[in-house]
Design a protein around this ligand. Structure first.
Ligand code: KG4
Length: 357
């Protein structure tokens, strides 16, 4: 099943061609530099940039995958949510036009489901048998963790397509918290990757920040707003900031933010493990962080859970190839859109929700 997929949910204009779970092309045009001076994504700017770039990005995805012209494609897939409404609209509109013009079926994809299934993607070079799904040794039910700019969720993956939220954040997402901390330190946007870089030269124990909800892991919640406020106060009290102070503050914030995530995961995974097979699927932009990967793998070793990440960092941050992978699994279940005209943006859609169209 060859799928042309499109994602315009935030500030990346992306299109990809996948064959089953194999990635034939994955074109991502980031708008980060456009939004950097505002310290976050400006929806109207994002919409305009998507409009200007989408046709080029789709064309490039088709050419790079050697599937041009589009007639060789079996279906078109598009992210319908969650994300920025006016940005989502650009991708949905293009996907509808393509399906109409070329008489292809449409698959509507939840962006969060795509993050969770991104560890199933495999590179073209490894596609010995394109019919074979990689990671088939992963048994269900298992756990899924999304750590992105907009979401921090631990899920029970009953099977592909069936999810239950076990833990979510009561305020900010982890990526959002890292972005805000980076902004406080004057490090620019998006902050997670920059914070990671600066942390390497810092002493995480150089400052003290409170780990959120210590001793309250039973509540099964993530929370980052208290930590953010504590960081703000600390940064203000340390001004003027020297380079070394910035390194130490970055290292301390990242350390405490990850410690909170790991403490909650440790509690929930340990206490639910008997019900579930020993696998954790991890996706989302923050999953590209080396330190976080190390800590998750260590936790996995300690409690005997195998942790799976996407094979490349490019599949962690927003991209259309993961949409194609999720769409492939949906096609296997026969979940094609029945009434294309009715497909609409779902900016706040939850992972458990089913599309009506
Ligand atoms: O998955 P993603 O591209 O967007 C959403 O679907 O939300 O995630 C973006 C988030 C941003 O908050 C960004 O700062 C964070 O992922 N991020 C990182 C790293 N790379 C991106 N956080 C920590 N370390 C990184 N290396």
């Amino acid at each position: 099943m060859k799928i042309l997929s499109i994602d315009t949910s935030a500030d990346e204009t992306s299109a990809a061609v996948t064959e089953n779970t194999t990635i034939l092309s994955n074109v991502i045009w980031s708008q980060a530099s456009l939004h950097a001076k505002w310290g976050g994504v400006v929806p109207s700017l994002a919409q305009r940039a998507h409009e200007e770039r989408i046709d080029f990005v789709i064309e490039k995805a088709l050419i790079t995958s050697h599937q041009s012209p589009i007639t060789d494609i079996d279906a078109v897939a598009v992210t319908v949510g969650p994300g920025l409404a006016i940005a989502l609209g650009v991708g949905i509109d293009r996907a509808k036009k393509l399906t109409e013009k070329y008489k292809k079926p449409l698959i509507a994809v939840n962006h969060l489901e795509a993050h969770i299934l991104s560890p199933f993607a495999n590179p073209k070079s490894e596609a010995r048998n394109p019919k074979q799904i990689p990671n088939t040794n992963i048994k269900f039910p298992n756990f899924g963790l999304v750590v992105s700019g907009g979401n921090t969720q631990l899920l029970l993956v009953e099977e592909i397509g069936k999810y239950k939220i076990l833990v979510e954040t009561s305020d900010d997402a982890l990526g959002e918290a890292l972005d805000k901390a980076a902004r406080m330190l004057g490090l620019g946007y998006p902050g997670g990757a920059i914070l990671e870089k600066f942390s390497k030269d810092g002493d995480a124990k150089g400052y003290k920040l409170p780990i959120p909800l210590v001793g309250q892991e039973k509540k099964m919640k993530f929370s980052y707003s208290g930590l953010k406020t504590a960081m703000y106060r600390l940064v203000e009290s340390e001004k003027p900031l020297t380079k070394q102070k910035i390194y130490n503050l970055a290292a301390c914030f990242q350390d405490v933010a990850f410690s909170h995530l790991l403490r909650v995961l440790n509690y929930v995974l340990t206490n639910h493990q008997s019900l579930i097979s020993s696998h954790l699927l991890v996706g989302g932009g923050v999953a590209s962080n080396i330190e976080l990967r190390k800590r998750l793998r260590n936790l996995g070793k300690k409690i005997n859970i195998k942790v799976h990440f996407p094979y490349t960092k490019k599949l962690c941050t927003d991209n259309a190839a993961m949409i194609g992978v999720a769409a492939y699994f949906k096609s296997q279940r026969g979940e094609f859109v029945k009434d294309i005209a009715k497909v609409d943006r779902m900016p706040n859609v939850k992972l458990e929700e089913k599309f009506k169209w």
